[in-house]
Structures are given as structure tokens and as C-alpha cells.
Design a protein. Sequence first.
Length: 238
Amino acid sequence: MTKKEQIYEGKAKTLFSYDDDKIIQYFKDDATAFNKKKHEIIDKKGILNNFISEFIFKYLSDNGVENHFIERLDDREQLVRKVEIIPVEVIIRNIATGTLTKRLGVEEGLKLKKPLIEFTLKSDELDDPILSEEHIEVLEYAKKDEMKSIKEQALIINRLLLDLFSSINILLVDFKIEFGRYGSDNKVILADEISPDSCRLWDKLSSEKLDKDRFRKNLGGLIDAYKEVATRLGIKIQ
Ligand SMILES: Nc1ncnc2c1ncn2[C@@H]1O[C@H](COP(=O)(O)OP(=O)(O)O)[C@@H](O)[C@H]1O
Ligand SMILES: [Mg+2]
């Protein structure tokens, strides 16, 4: 089947139409941070994220977490179920870092007593402001029962990813996921991507950062770090 027209160009991916209920996600090499104030092209980042996200979405569906992934088409493209994205980014934190420490003065590196789920509005114009569940309900970004399902799924995904990364000596510090409504019954399923662009991954022994913080903090070596994650997961990029 041939690719049809571009339907959306995002910061890290482009979407192409495919058929009524599927779309193609194309992974670009663009790296952005601080709401696009920092932007670079990092050769092959898109390829690594495509393969790593494929691996993680397959692992999640093998473990009972339904999601949008259907198949990888080539080194930059994957076929996914078309969903209506819920405009709420879901962040799950195991260790305090980033905006949590900045906003609330929480000690950097603090191990949280249980996973902390945060919600932000998916809006570049507004800089992804934080949302309470009351905002989400009253402003109708998502329904109450959808949020219940999202929170349940987020905790299951966190448990599965903590185990996966722990088995390759990586600490899953936090990550961001997106959900969407799928099919005639509007079932809420995991969509978008899960990759070192959307997770904080620290090597267990050295605490070295193996994620997009290498770009945010100008540490260099982003591609080597992403390759390290892929290699430890046993991914072979042909
Ligand atoms: N299965 C899907 N169906 C429809 N839209 C999706 C799906 N998965 C992800 N998306 C959306 O596609 C876009 C992916 O491109 P990305 O570069 O991440 O965009 P953004 O700059 O908006 O974060 C995102 O807006 C994401 O919400
Ligand atoms: Mg995105």
C-alpha cells in the first residue's frame, strides 16, 4: 500500500494517512527542548527511536497492554492504529528530577514513596501547563472514566517498564505517554511513542544519562546513549 498525504508535522514525527483506521508515524531526526527554543537535527535519532519504540510497544502488548502499534514498515516508519489523541500528557515519575524539583523544590534524585502521576496540557503555545484531574474533567479534555483507565494503564506500564529496564541495568526515572480514543467504542489505548526521547533512563551503576537529557543539558553523546539502550534491549538495527 502506498503512503498518502502528510496529515501532521510534529516536533519529532510526521504523520501520514494510510486508510480509515490506520496512519503512518515517520520518525524524524529533529531534537527539540524547552518548547522548541532549542532545536537540532541529530543524525539517525529517528531510526533509533523507531526501533526502540517498536520494541517497547510490542513488549507492552505481549504483557497485556493494548496499544496503537501494528508493525514497523521500515527504518523510520511504523503503521499504527489511528486514534483521537487525548490532549493530556501523562507523566509517571519514580525518582524526582526535572520540573518536579524546579517547581516544588523537591530534592533532586529523591526516590518517591510511590509512582507519581502528573498531567499536563498538550499545548506548545501554552508550554504544556500542569493540569489537575478537576481541570481535565471540568474543561472536558477527558471523561472521568477515561482518566480512571489512563491512571490504571499508566501504573501497569510503569511496572512493566521498570522491570524491563531494570533487567538491563537501567533505572527508569520518569517517562511521558499519550493516550487516544480508538474504534467505535472509543476505547482508550496507549499511542504516540516510548523512547529515550520521552523517558529518563539512568545507568544503574554509573548513573550516566541515557536519554534526551543529554541534549537538554548539552552533554553530547546522545546517539551513543540511544544505541546503548537499543543494544542492551537486544535490538538489531539492520
Ligand atoms: N495513533 C495515533 N493516532 C493519531 N495521532 C497520533 C497517534 N500517535 C501519536 N499521535 C500524535 O502524533 C503526533 C506525533 O508527532 P510528534 O512529533 O510527537 O508531535 P508533537 O510535536 O505534537 O509532540 C503527536 O501530536 C501525537 O499526539
Ligand atoms: Mg510528541
